[in-house]
Design a protein. Structure first.
Length: 270
C-alpha cells in the first residue's frame, strides 16, 4: 500500500459538496483535519468548494461515488486507504429525503432510501474499522448524521424516518460491535435549511418552531461533530443539536403544519 504522509488526522464526509456537508468540510478543515469530500451528482458544487478551501489554505480531496452501490462504496474506501492511509473519522452525512407515507410508499424508493440512509453508513463504518488493527483503542470514529425526527415521531416522510430510526439504534449497536478500535456516535440536527418543496415563507416560520425560537445554524451542527471527533471518551451516544425542536411534538412534519397555518391566514382568493 502506498499513501501520502500527512500528520493531520483524516476525515471522510459523505454528501460533502453542499448544504450541511459543505459546512462540515469547512469546519473540519478549519479545525486542522485533512478533509476528504464525497459527492455523487454535485460535481460543480464540489469543485467550487475545493477551490474555496484551497484559496483559504485548507485543501480538500474529492471522491465521487453512488452510495447506493456497494461496489462503488468499496472502491472509494479502497482508494482512500491507498492514497491517504487509514481514516481517523467518518461523517455519514449523505442521505435521501423523499416524501412518502405509511400507506403509499413505493417499494423501490423505500429500498433506495434504506440503502443510502442506513446500509451505506453502516457499511462505510465497518470498512473504516477494518483499516485499523483489531486491538487498537479509539483509533477512529464514525458520526451518523440523524434527524430530530427520530425523537419526535410523526408518520410523514415515512421511509426516510424509518431509515433514520434504524440508524439511530445502530449507533449503540455499532459502538458495541466495533469496540475498542472504533467509536460510533450520532448527531440529530433540527431544521437548518430549506428542504424539498418548502418555500422561504414556510422555512421562516418553521425554523423557529423550537424551544429557543430561532433558526438553527448549520455551523453549530458541524462544531458538534468536530467536538465528538476530538473527544476520545465518547462513544455510543447521540447529541441533539436542534434548538430543542425534538421537544416540540407535532402531529405532522413541521413543513406541513406551517403550510396549514399559513393557508389559514392568507387572504381569500377573489
Amino acid at each position: 500500500m502506498t499513501h501520502t504522509t500527512d500528520a493531520r488526522r483524516t476525515v471522510l464526509i459523505t454528501g460533502g459538496a453542499r448544504r450541511l456537508g459543505a459546512v462540515l468540510c469547512q469546519t473540519f478543515a478549519a479545525a486542522g483535519w485533512q478533509v476528504l469530500c464525497h459527492y455523487q451528482h454535485s460535481a460543480r458544487e464540489a469543485l467550487a468548494l475545493q477551490q474555496q478551501l484551497a484559496d483559504a489554505g485548507t485543501p480538500i480531496t474529492l471522491y465521487q461515488a453512488d452510495l447506493a452501490d456497494a461496489a462503488q462504496r468499496q472502491a472509494m474506501m479502497q482508494a482512500i486507504a491507498e492514497q491517504h492511509g487509514p481514516l481517523q473519522a467518518l461523517v455519514n452525512n449523505a442521505s435521501m429525503f423523499d416524501a412518502d407515507g405509511g400507506h403509499d410508499f413505493p417499494l423501490a424508493l423505500a429500498r433506495q432510501q434504506l440503502e443510502v440512509n442506513l446500509l451505506a453508513p453502516l457499511d462505510l463504518t465497518r470498512q473504516m474499522a477494518a483499516q485499523h488493527p483489531a486491538d487498537a483503542v479509539a483509533a477512529c470514529i464514525a458520526i451518523h448524521v440523524l434527524d430530530q425526527k427520530v425523537y419526535n415521531l410523526n408518520p410523514d416522510y415515512f421511509s426516510y424516518s424509518v431509515s433514520k430510526l434504524a440508524l439511530e439504534r445502530a449507533v449503540e449497536l455499532q459502538a458495541q460491535a466495533l469496540a475498542p478500535r472504533t467509536r460510533v456516535c450520532g448527531v440529530a440536527p433540527g431544521l437548518m435549511l430549506v428542504s424539498g418543496p418548502q418555500t422561504d415563507a414556510n422555512f421562516a416560520a418553521a425554523s423557529r418552531a423550537n424551544l429557543l425560537r430561532r433558526p438553527l445554524d448549520p455551523q453549530d451542527v458541524a462544531r458538534a461533530c468536530v467536538f465528538l471527533a476530538d473527544n476520545p471518551a465518547i462513544t455510543g451516544s447521540t447529541l441533539c443539536v436542534d434548538n430543542g425542536q425534538h421537544l416540540v411534538p407535532l402531529p405532522r412534519d413541521i413543513m406541513f403544519v406551517v403550510d396549514e397555518l399559513l393557508q389559514q391566514h392568507l387572504p381569500p382568493t377573489p
